[in-house]
Design a protein around this ligand. Structure first.
Ligand code: ZN
Length: 184
């Protein structure tokens, strides 16, 4: 594996997100993209350096001043294309962005689907470990249902990663007082 590419991506994302915090208002933002890359490598057994680098970079264009051209210049066209696939169109409303993600989940390349599932795994973990400061339980429940729909719409790409997502979602359901997904 090209470790240098991954380390450079982590360094780049750390710099770009340096002033940002997660929605809980405390956690440094960079913890999230690093968590996403870690989930892919550790749980999913992913060894493709471009996928792991793109995971580390996946929120830089959406949430910082980073451009796709910049990503391509530093990390190549493959990483750029993965980041592009998982970046929301900021001209759409948040609701339309969510709908778009669901509608186009099955069009994602294998690498982008891996990143998407790991991203949702990290965010669903945060629903109970580091909840957003001003989110009500209802809003967290809604997010969880949407994340589940999203993962259901992705093509199956990695059994271990998908099983892990559903285990985390189950735990989130329990914590949020929701019905289990498991059929009795
Ligand atoms: Zn993310």
């Amino acid at each position: 594996m090209n470790q240098l590419l991954l380390l450079q991506a982590i360094a780049f994302a750390t710099q770009k997100h340096r002033t940002q915090r997660r929605k809980d208002g405390k956690t440094p933002y960079i913890n999230h993209p690093v968590h996403v890359a870690l989930i892919l490598a550790d749980i999913g057994g992913v060894e493709d350096a471009e996928v792991l680098a793109a995971a580390a970079l996946h929120d830089t264009v959406e949430d910082t001043d980073t451009t796709f051209e910049e990503i391509e210049a530093h990390f190549g066209a493959g990483v750029r294309s993965l980041v592009e696939e998982v970046t929301d169109d900021n001209t759409l409303s948040p609701q339309a962005q969510k709908q778009y993600q669901v509608d186009h989940a099955s069009d994602l390349s294998r690498g982008a689907a891996l990143i998407r599932i790991a991203d949702k795994t990290s965010n669903v973990t945060d629903l109970y470990e580091a909840p957003a400061k001003n989110w009500t339980v209802e809003r967290r429940q809604k997010y969880l249902v949407w994340a589940e729909t999203m993962v259901n719409e992705c093509n199956p790409v990695n059994r271990a990663l998908e099983d892990n997502f559903w285990a985390i979602a189950e735990k989130a359901r329990e914590q949020l007082g929701m019905r289990s997904n498991k059929v009795a």
